[in-house]
Design a protein around this ligand. Structure first.
Ligand SMILES: [Cu+2]
Length: 308
């Protein structure tokens, strides 16, 4: 590839300047073909921009000492018809090797954002080639989602958030929501809009959720987090209802604070049974009404203090 590239350069007189800081100057020669070289380290997060109306030969450079691996070392360009935006191993894509990898040649006529992805499609690695009038791109990355909250419903957890505004000149394409359990194990969902529903989460684990905004101008930092406590571990608002049995009450528990909201429903037998989840201990038949009333009072006053 290198030899071919050098020969081509010699014949066609390509000029190429790029600096170690990841900024590129594209110089079109008389034949109006530009060589665009993107460093492997910038491929999925860098600002890649070309000028409208100019033929482009796009290369990705994998430096010596870097081993390209995984799906992040594969490239296709769904927006140019080179592969589709799906996870399809059989369709065309480039697998990067060390050195300069020729990816594609195209002439972008209009100003737009050209999606390229790894072989898995845009729900995995993706970025854009920005086509602008002057070959520069200064659109801001999107802001983070705010007001992240999560609610348990059995082993499902619904994560809701308030979407940020799109930056001027960019489009929000979705959100990557990550659930991280206490051991650091992660589950990720890419969605188009709030909410995200995680299935199969553990009741005895607390989870930290964060949301990254995905846009044509890049990704947000994903700094806002929400911590969901273990199911029924902390209770502040407690309501009880008879469910036809003397020995059982249904307890709906809601925890609310500045950083955390958890809702869960637990059916617990309260007769002569210690309930470590609610702190109701040894409630006998005669004492149950009083004890549960006291619990309601306690949690009501706590919730008044903590409600926002
Ligand atoms: Cu990937």
């Amino acid at each position: 590839m290198n030899i071919i590239k050098k020969t081509l350069s010699a014949i066609l007189g390509f000029a190429l300047v790029y600096t170690v800081s990841g900024h590129y100057d594209l110089s079109a020669k008389a034949d109006d073909t530009t060589t665009l070289v993107t460093e492997y380290s910038d491929l999925w997060s860098g600002n890649i921009t070309v000028k409208a109306g100019t033929a482009v030969k796009w290369y990705v450079n994998v430096p010596e000492g870097t081993e390209p691996k995984g799906c992040g070392a594969t490239v296709k360009i769904p927006d140019l018809g080179f592969g589709t935006d799906t996870n399809n191993k059989d369709e065309g894509h480039i697998t990067l090797v060390q050195g300069e990898n020729f990816i594609y040649e195209f002439t972008p006529e209009t100003e737009r954002d050209i999606l390229f992805t790894c072989r898995m499609g845009s729900s995995c690695h993706h970025n854009y080639i920005h086509v602008t009038a002057d070959g520069t791109y200064k659109t801001a990355k999107p802001s983070d989602a705010t007001n992240i909250s999560a609610e348990r419903n059995g082993s499902n957890v619904t994560v809701s958030f308030t979407a940020p505004q799109s930056p001027n000149g960019a489009k929000i394409t979705g959100y990557k929501v990550t659930a991280t359990d206490e051991s650091g194990k992660r589950k990720k969902l890419t969605i188009n809009e709030s909410p995200a529903v995680f299935e199969g989460l553990e009741a005895d684990q607390s989870y930290t959720f964060n949301v990254i905004t995905l846009a044509t101008s890049g990704d947000s930092a994903g700094d806002n987090e929400f911590v969901l406590s273990k199911a029924a571990n902390k209770t502040e608002n407690v309501t009880t209802e008879a469910n036809g049995s003397d020995n059982a009450v249904t307890i709906s528990a809601t925890t609310a604070s500045s950083t955390s909201t958890a809702t869960s429903t637990t059916t617990a037998s309260v007769k002569r049974q210690r309930s470590p989840q609610t702190g109701v201990a040894d409630v006998g038949t005669t004492g149950s009404v009083i004890d549960i009333s006291a619990l309601i009072l306690l949690f009501t006053s706590r919730s008044k203090r903590k409600n926002i």
